[in-house]
Design a binder for this molecule. Structure first.
Ligand SMILES: Nc1ncnc2c1ncn2[C@@H]1O[C@H](COP(=O)(O)OP(=O)(O)O)[C@@H](O)[C@H]1O
Ligand SMILES: [Mg+2]
Length: 369
């Protein structure tokens, strides 16, 4: 446990990545009198709002060194920052979360093996290094199964659902024969995520679990309260707590879970983790006293965590591609908060913004009768 002294207002938080998550982290930091400095290899939505930006390659170690020296702590808004770059930064600044969290989250095989070591259930899975591993893998998972690249997949990219050995062969070639995992298709009741925040003193707080739906492999909606049974919630918290402690994690950690039907060998399976703020937590901006973004900033700044209590029910819907062209109508919608990321091009599948509808609060779950 590393209890660090709190950064004073006016301090600067370095953020790797320039996307919308960095933008929302930056505006939350600003609310607390803190500044951010973005490091990314591309100009993105965060650059419009940050106090400072460094746009340079992740292999430009000199640029990384000066960035790290210029900030008071470094955090991440995306997990795929090359580890070599992260390690250079770690020589000059404190990292929250630490390298290990990224290492685990960057590679689906390491991630699943890490869960297995902690005794946390995941879908049956197999590592694939080459075509010759496919036959053994399909025996472990059965069909249907999901073939996923070990690295760099997101929003359903780098994966395929396969139903036969021929299908699997074909999909593996289509993906370019990468290092991959095959995992069994889980017939879950619903998908939820745990949004846990861990402070530098090891204190952990949880938001209510959002229930998530996906469209074309991309998160579509997150709603609270979820319909997850009350008796499942403590187990979900335990899983996230265990992961956060094992990583000596500081910041907001998201754990995507499959909720399996009653009677299944394991009621909860971890799908994947995100060592950062998460799309399924965007509703916290409008339905909680302190959002996931502010709590992440508080944690990495060594501040006390803020209240995660939810004062409203909420449905967050992502605005993908052309959806955001409807901004004028959406902005006029009663009871809804519109958030746009300021991206100039509305490419298909691109996250352009989100809208959160707010309703009177109902509790997370009803007790069983
Ligand atoms: N093993 C599985 N069984 C059933 N559905 C799955 C499985 N793996 C992925 N999915 C579905 O695909 C979505 C995206 O997969 P995920 O592994 O989370 O990739 P991404 O990194 O793109 O979010 C999941 O949220 C879930 O809806
Ligand atoms: Mg996912």
């Amino acid at each position: 446990m590393t209890d660090v002294s709190a950064l004073k207002p006016g301090s600067t938080i370095g953020i790797f990545g320039s996307g919308q998550l960095g933008r929302m982290l930056t505006t939350s930091a600003a609310e607390l009198g803190l500044k951010t400095h973005i490091y990314s290899d591309v100009t993105g939505p965060a650059c419009d709002v940050a106090a400072e930006n460094t746009i340079a390659s992740y292999t430009d170690f000199e640029a990384i060194k000066s960035f790290a020296k210029s900030v008071d702590v470094i955090t991440f808004e995306f997990e795929n920052v090359p580890l070599d770059a992260v390690k250079v930064a770690a020589d000059y600044a404190r990292l929250s979360p630490d390298v290990r969290a990224l290492e685990v989250a960057q590679d689906r095989f390491i991630e699943k093996s890490f869960m297995a070591e902690l005794g946390i259930p995941v879908a049956p899975f197999a590592n694939i290094e080459s075509k010759s591993d496919l036959a053994v893998a399909e025996k472990i998972t059965g069909f249907p199964a999901f073939l996923k690249t070990r690295r760099l997949g997101y929003d359903g990219k780098g994966q395929a659902r396969v139903t036969t050995p021929q299908d699997l062969q074909h999909a593996y070639v289509e993906l370019g024969e990468p290092a991959a995992v095959l995992e069994g298709h889980m017939h879950f009741e619903q998908e939820v995520s745990v949004l846990a925040v861990r402070g530098s003193d090891g204190a952990v707080a949880f938001y209510d679990l959002p229930q998530n739906t996906h469209k074309n492999g991309i998160l579509n909606t997150s709603r609270v309260p979820s319909t997850v049974p009350a008796d499942v919630i403590p187990g979900a918290h335990d899983i996230a707590h265990k992961i956060a402690d094992a990583l000596n994690y500081v910041g907001l950690l998201a754990v995507e879970l499959f909720v399996m039907p009653e009677g299944a060998a394991n009621r909860l399976l971890v799908n994947e983790i995100a060592p950062r703020v998460h799309n399924s937590g965007h509703w916290t901006q409008d339905a909680c006293q302190v959002s996931q973004f502010e709590n992440h900033i508080r944690a990495v700044a060594g501040w006390p965590l803020g209240a995660t209590d939810r004062h409203s029910a909420a449905v967050m819907t992502n605005l993908i591609g052309q959806d955001a062209n409807d901004w004028a109508r959406l902005a006029a919608q009663p009871g809804a908060s519109l958030h746009l990321y300021g991206k100039r091009q509305a490419r298909p599948g691109r996250k352009m913004g989100h809208i959160t509808e707010i309703f009177p609060r109902t509790p997370q779950t009803k007790a069983k009768t």
